[in-house]
Structures are given as C-alpha cells and as structure tokens.
Design a protein around this ligand. Structure first.
Ligand code: HEM
Length: 300
C-alpha cells in the first residue's frame, strides 16, 4: 500500500483532473482538435495533472515489482501475470499503465457521484426511503446485509439505483469516439474520422421516451413497458463501460446497507440538497449535509 498522504494527493489529483477535463475550453478540443495549437491554460493544467497521475501509477507498479513476494490476488498482480488463472498472461508496460489509469479514473468518481445523487434524491423522497427499507427488512430480516446475490429479490432498491443513473448519469457525455469508417446515426450521415460524443443525459431526459422525465420516479422501472432500451448510463455497444457489473454491485450493496440501517434526514428540517446540474466530465451532486439516523427494527 502507498503511504496515506500519497493516496490523498492522488485522490485530489484525480478529482481536479476530472474537473479540468470537463471545462468547456478543454472539451471543445475534442470537437475542434486544431484549437490545440492555441495557448490554453486549461489544457496546460490538464497535462500537468496527467503527469501527476502517471507518476503515481508508475510508483505503484514499481512498488509491486520491488516486493519480495507480491500478492497475486490483487488487480495489479493479475494484470502483471501473477495470477495463473487469468487468461492472456501479463500486459505489456503501456497497456498495463493505461489499464490502471482506466480503473482509477473510470472506477472511482463515477460510482461515488451516483451514490451521492441517490442519497440526495432520497432526502427529497423520504417515502421512497421507507419503502426500500421495508423491502430490505422483509427480504433480509432486521440484521441482514444486502449481498450482490440479493439483487433479484430487492426490485425497488434496484429501481431506485436505476432511476438515479437515468436522471443523473455520472458520465453524461460518455467518452468521445472516432468513427473508423463512414456510417450513419438515425439517418444522419457520419463521415469516417468524425469525433462522436454521445449525449446520454439528453437521451435520459427525452420527453418523447420518458414520462415526466425530470422527476425522480423509481416506480417507473417496476411497471411493464419501461423504455429500458433508451437507458444507457454505461454507454452501449462494443466500447460500453467495462466496470458496469462492478459499479452496479457497489451501488446495490452500499446503498442497500445504508438504507437498511439508517434513515437519511436533512441536517435541519427542510434543508434539502440542491439537485441542479453543472456541465462536467463527471456529473457531481452539489455538496450537501445529511444526517444518518440509526433505525430500530420495528417491534413485532
Ligand atoms: C456508476 C458508475 C459508472 C458509470 C455510470 C460509468 C459509465 C461509463 C461510460 C458512459 C463509459 C463510456 C462508454 C462509451 O463511451 O460508450 C464508460 C467507460 C469505461 N468505464 Fe465506466 N462507469 C462507471 C463505473 C466504472 C467502474 C467501476 C469501472 C472500473 C472499475 C469503469 C471502467 C470503465 C472503463 C475501463 C471504460 C472504457 C471502456 C472502453 O473504452 O472500452 N467504469 N463508463
């Protein structure tokens, strides 16, 4: 394990990196790459944050390799070929580096943002909280802890997470893609070499697809005919999110655990979180305070 101060500095670096990457002056470079030749303080800052990120990742790899008996049952151990049960053997240096970067960048802030949004929406809808808690108690008993294997029997908890990912997809503009050949989207021609940026946020708020699209209504996913095909918080196709199953499992276990054992309340009555959005690579909830009040199981 790296020293704690190093981990904290890296966390700050990743958070700032995502913030700078989301600035309009930087995102526009995906659309107009020629602008990269002009002076751009945002881009300069982004590149220095990328250096800091890369230095941390390289230090991790060096530390792992320098270890006399490195643990094989870690992600890094598996990627370095330490786990013989993993197919394909060790990754080369560049791929190893970028695989770790993808895990750190793609796998941390996105899931944290989704969890924060879920808590914020549930503060606005305490009656949904109560119904999820009742479902948890009925299925798991008063002391049980939700496990990934319980997903099938906790539909309202799952619907709550799904509705959060619909209303506030943590990666609202997914990742930019480049077309390798001429194609079309919905009849619109897209020449080879075009940069395509999927607008997941817009797809999730389309009033032609979603009934009352701006409202937090987990129930919509319990009703027959919900437009599942229009729900793409993890993107879709060959390059959709590699961490989807892990993210869904984390959200299910964490949110389930919190709601099973605590009632979420505003710090003072009526002080509810703001739910507005600001543009960014990761859609973060504005900071808010919440009280976690331990719940007593109902007496029989
Ligand atoms: C709620 C949590 C998450 C959301 C909403 C999310 C969403 C996304 C989206 C929209 C994309 C781009 C897909 C596209 O461009 O079509 C993506 C890519 C990716 N995500 Fe996630 N993600 C989450 C969590 C994770 C986690 C936990 C990991 C790994 C531990 C991860 C790893 C990746 C990787 C490696 C890619 C790039 C895939 C590729 O280019 O082939 N993500 N994610």
């Amino acid at each position: 394990m790296p020293p704690e101060a190093e981990v904290r500095a890296f966390t700050r670096c990743v958070m700032e990196l995502l913030e700078v990457w989301g600035r309009a002056s930087v995102r526009v470079l995906d659309l107009l790459p020629l602008l990269r030749v002009l002076p751009n303080p945002g881009l300069r800052r982004l590149l220095s944050l990328v250096e800091c990120r890369d230095a941390f990742v390289e230090a991790q790899i060096r530390r792992h390799k320098a270890c006399a008996s490195p643990p094989g049952d870690t992600v890094l151990g598996a990627l370095l070929g330490g786990d013989p049960s993993v197919r394909g053997g060790a990754l080369g240096p560049d791929r190893l580096h970028m695989a770790l970067v993808d895990l750190f960048i793609g796998g941390t802030e996105t899931t944290a943002a989704a969890l924060a949004w879920a808590v914020a929406f549930l503060l606005h809808r305490p009656e949904v909280q109560e119904r999820v808690r009742a479902e948890l108690r009925q299925e798991l008993g008063p002391a049980g802890t939700p496990q990934v294997g319980d997903m099938g029997r906790l539909p309202l908890l799952r619907a709550t997470i799904t509705e959060t990912l619909r209303l506030r997809p943590p990666a609202p503009l997914a990742l930019p893609h480049c077309t390798r050949r001429h194609t079309s989207v919905g009849g619109v021609p897209v020449p080879a070499g075009s940069i395509v940026i999927p607008n997941l946020f817009a797809a999730h708020h389309d009033p032609e697809t979603w009934h009352r699209p701006d409202e937090f209504l987990p129930e919509r996913f319990l009703e027959p005919g919900a437009p599942w095909r229009a729900l793409v918080p993890f993107g879709c196709g060959a390059r959709s999110c590699l961490g989807e199953a892990l993210a869904r499992a984390e959200l299910f276990v964490f949110l389930g655990h919190i709601l099973h054992h605590f009632r979420l309340e505003p710090p003072v009555p009526g002080a509810l979180p703001k739910l507005g959005v600001t543009a960014g690579t990761v859609l973060r909830c504005p900071p808010f305070c919440v009280r976690l009040v331990p719940c007593q199981p109902p007496t029989p």
